[in-house]
Unconditional design. Structure first.
Length: 191
């Protein structure tokens, strides 16, 4: 039986070793490439890779450069990419899937990586438990917000994130009284 060939892209050597050690214990998976930087990834012959484990942030110079790199690899034909990260922002998760990721795993759940590799290998797009609840909550939020105007939706999302009226007003450059009125209108529309 052929082994699933994996490339790990991770800028932290400690995490790289931890993930590599975990994956190498599996009899049907082999790490064939490791890269610490975007440049190292672009030098790899992608035809020798089945699945990529991609860190979301590879450098301090560029925000979420793992997303951009994933898009590049996806466009070159490498379509089995699992995002690895410590971020749990729904917008970033959705963007990861938009760039072609087949799964998104928080590093705290790294023990789920072998299962995710196997699922990606057989073209199964899946949601790790870390992601499922966040995405469900985001979908519920979007459904509720669909009856709102764009301005109300912006206020609603900030309120759902736990910001106070004063914080929302500062962030949106509005008066607290305006935010108070908008929240009252939002409440009436949603209920």
């Amino acid at each position: 039986m052929d082994k699933i060939r994996v490339m790990i892209v991770e800028d932290d050597p400690v995490w790289m070793k931890c993930i590599s050690d975990l994956v190498q214990k599996e009899s049907d998976i082999v790490v064939v490439s490791q890269a610490l930087t975007k440049e190292e990834v672009l030098d790899v012959d992608i035809s020798s890779i089945d699945v990529v484990l991609m860190d979301l942030t590879l450098s301090e110079e560029e925000d979420f450069d793992g997303l951009h790199l994933s898009r590049e690899l996806f466009e070159k034909g490498l379509e089995k990419i699992i995002m690895l990260t410590s971020w749990d922002d729904p917008a970033i998760i959705l963007e990861s899937f938009d760039t072609g990721a087949t799964n998104y795993i928080n590093k705290t759940s790294y023990k789920d990586i072998p299962k995710a590799i196997r699922e990606a290998y057989v073209d199964k797009v899946s949601f790790n438990a870390d992601v499922s609840n966040l995405l469900i909550n985001e979908l519920r939020l979007e459904r509720k917000a669909s009856v709102l105007t764009p301005a109300e939706r912006e206020v609603y999302k900030l309120k759902e994130k736990g910001l106070s009226r004063t914080q929302i007003a500062k962030k949106l450059f509005k008066s607290v009284e305006t935010i108070k009125k908008q929240l009252k209108t939002i409440k009436e529309k949603i209920q």
